[in-house]
Design a protein around this ligand. Sequence first.
Ligand SMILES: Cc1cc2nc3c(=O)[nH]c(=O)nc-3n(C[C@H](O)[C@H](O)[C@H](O)COP(=O)(O)OP(=O)(O)OC[C@H]3O[C@@H](n4cnc5c(N)ncnc54)[C@H](O)[C@@H]3O)c2cc1C
Length: 443
Amino acid sequence: MKFALQRRPLGSGRKAVAFVSWSCLLHTTTLAMTVVPKNVVVVGGGVQGTSVAYQLALRTPASTTITILESQQPASAASGKGGGFMARSWGDGSPTQGLHELAFDMYSDLAQTLGCESYRKLPVLSVSPGYNGMKAARKNKDLAKIIPGWLDGTVGRVGSMGGGEDTAQITPQEFVEKMLEHQSRIQVVLGTCWGVETDQGSERGSRKVATVEYNPKENPAEKKLLPADTIIVSAGPWSCAAEDWFHGAVQLPMEGIKSTSIVWKKPEGNDVDATALFCGEDDRFGTHLEVYPRPDGTIYICGIGGSDYVSKEDLKEGAFREICEANELRVAAAKASFQEMSSVYKTSGELDRSQACMRPCPPDAMPYMGSVPGYEGAYINAGHNCWGIAWAPACGKAMAELILDGESRCVNLTPFDPARYTPDAQRGTRGRKQRGNNVGEQW
Ligand SMILES: Cc1cc2nc3c(=O)[nH]c(=O)nc-3n(C[C@H](O)[C@H](O)[C@H](O)COP(=O)(O)OP(=O)(O)OC[C@H]3O[C@@H](n4cnc5c(N)ncnc54)[C@H](O)[C@@H]3O)c2cc1C
């Protein structure tokens, strides 16, 4: 399925299912904790992992250590290269609707608390590639108000997808950096996780997380351990490797969809009006552009077409984690497609950068959020597809509630059970390793 098709308002799902409860809206950070973890390790420093760490830091005492174990740099993957678009009511009425709504509301507060300059609400237009559409669009007063100055080339039909009440944007890298700055007790360790050691759990046959095994970035041949009574695997598409860390107790089918995006420099002397575009399929170039002008005057564009599909086996090997390069043919197609719509950028537009990143896609397009069966202190928060930035604050809050209170009240996590693809007979089966030693199934 194509990227752009997934990220548009679908059907009449506007208000169909709201999983955000009133108790959540009243929930404050002062709730009594039922569990006080000693050492939390979050694997993955993208927007999802950092949001979980941030929400845990809000609710745990200073004695709880919170470590993000990040293979490259925080926000170095999709969380640094994604668009950062969010839409409160664009869910499809499925269980993810509640994530859209809660996160959208949390973002406006968080952006203020953290001082994120890249956050703003903005209107959205739908634009068909083609000719002679602008004359009719300008005759519609409401539409004319939100047509950006830079949309001055040839376009087909133009329509409104929202006046900016329930659509917004944030540059995800800034958001991640600001969360880390604000909660300075979250420490970031650079290294790649490759396993989890356990002790016997409190229930017969269960296991308790004891340490996280990793190779430090500065010396990948070295093996190091981080003490952990709680681990949250939030490593984007690469989270499927946790199948092996938990010895098959949870199956995490995953595909990585790798796409190119481009960023235009702010044009000299021109203001860049704040209206986002969702463009129809442009058969001339094979694109279906999503255009997000940012508050710093740059314009981010994805929906460039020609994405690559990366298999679970390759993801487990770390494919495209360290190096993920733009497809130059798609860069050229995106430039040409956008320049048809904007004579300003056709004559004087300059690219700031081109890049590529992967979105994490479970087969049912629903995230994996919950605990690992048969393990104490082991959680997955991954596979957020094309909405991982938009949903991040809600996911962080829901996971913090699950870890500290034993259940999430703000989001119903049942549909996101990480073990939903795990055959019953395999769920939480006892592993074979205790503190590095092979112990078979017998302990
Ligand atoms: C082109 C594009 C545009 C997008 N635009 C939007 C948008 O506008 N709005 C929106 O909501 N979403 C958007 N998305 C989706 C969004 O970017 C992702 O859903 C989101 O960034 C996923 O965040 P994450 O933290 O789960 O994963 P990632 O950002 O992929 O972060 C995972 C991190 O884990 C680290 N890691 C991996 N394996 C290990 C390991 N073994 N040990 C330690 N660290 C590890 C990686 O280095 C990485 O930093 C877009 C995606 C793409 C591809």
